[in-house]
Design a protein around this ligand. Structure first.
Ligand code: GLU
Length: 303
């Protein structure tokens, strides 16, 4: 298969969708990103990269960071995080407060904000309170040492992060945080505000397609742990549209409100797409269409 040709084709066919949809302006600095951009990169387990469009333009990874935080916590703690976070789809918006109260302070899954705040809290505890554990993993696995938090985005989110602050205080009131609310929020915001390109993200997420092996061949996760992260991505990784994403794309995936989506073809490759215009559920419109076309044409879906 001529992968390069395929990616170039996909860039052409999603072009009418780029520029459509809404940008996530509840974080004001994301509201100024140009919507008419689209990038796609594919990284094989052995580190070959194919890319097309705006694949090397850095964007705000936002919720995609939640996958890497979870991987680090599972790698260190094993299953004990599941006492503090469930792993079922929530059926509610990613920043909802209601379910957290109904379910006594245990978030539905690690990819809604409440769940990611708990995972980030644990990550802080196991990484000697360093707020940059996710950044270090991403730098190492992508081979790009210049990956960093976009300070404007982080400040913007901190200034408008009342819901996340509410969720964190709620979690603390149920005894489900180990660290001070402010430190946890700071680490969470900093990892969401990391700026990376499609190529960086496709490379950095390869361990999800290699049974947990890092780029240097050492294990980050065991094969069963890798299977489980991919499963949670499939069921909970794309907001309230995980069913629609499975139907159209048929791969584990994690999206972010910056317009990026990482998808995993287990034992084969990772793909990252990015286009800032979001559909109603918060997933990139052109990004989902591109992945739909990719799996339809290659047959590389898990179904
Ligand atoms: N930092 C964003 C928030 O907490 C992440 C949202 C997302 O990408 O789903 O609202």
């Amino acid at each position: 298969m001529d992968i390069q040709n395929l990616l170039d084709d996909i860039v052409g066919s999603v072009q009418p969708l780029t520029g459509q949809g809404a940008v996530a302006d509840y974080i004001p600095s994301l509201g100024s990103v140009r919507r008419d951009q689209f990038g796609i990169s594919l990284a094989t387990g052995t580190g070959d990269v194919y890319s097309s469009g705006d694949a090397d333009v850095p964007f705000s990874i936002q919720s995609i960071s939640k996958v890497f935080a979870l991987a680090l916590v599972l790698a260190r703690d094993g299953d004990s995080i599941w006492k503090r976070v469930f792993r079922e789809p929530s059926g509610n918006p990613f920043n909802s407060l209601v379910q957290l109260e109904q379910e006594d302070g245990i978030p539905r899954n690690p990819f809604i904000n409440a769940g990611a705040i708990v995972v980030t809290d644990r990550l802080l505890s196991i990484s000697a309170n360093s707020p940059s554990a996710v950044r270090e993993l991403l730098r190492k696995e992508s081979g790009n040492d210049s990956i960093d938090t976009d300070a404007d985005v982080a400040i913007s989110e901190a200034q408008h992060g009342h819901r996340n602050a509410s969720l964190a205080h709620f979690l603390a009131s149920y005894g489900n945080l180990e660290n001070p609310v402010d430190s946890v929020l700071d680490a969470y915001i900093n990892q969401c505000a990391l700026a990376m390109s499609c190529t960086d993200l496709a490379l950095a997420s390869r361990f999800l397609a290699t049974n947990g092996l890092r780029s240097d061949g050492t294990p980050l996760l065991s094969p069963p742990q890798t299977k489980r992260i991919n499963a949670v991505m499939l069921t909970c990784g794309t907001y309230d549209a995980a069913g629609e994403f499975a139907y159209r794309v048929g791969l584990p995936g994690k999206s972010g409100v910056g317009g990026g989506i990482v998808a995993v073809v287990p034992n084969n490759c990772t793909i990252c797409v990015w286009s800032p215009g979001l559909g109603r559920s918060g997933n990139s419109l052109a990004g989902v269409a591109a992945l739909d076309e990719f799996t339809s044409r290659t047959g590389w879906s898990i179904f």
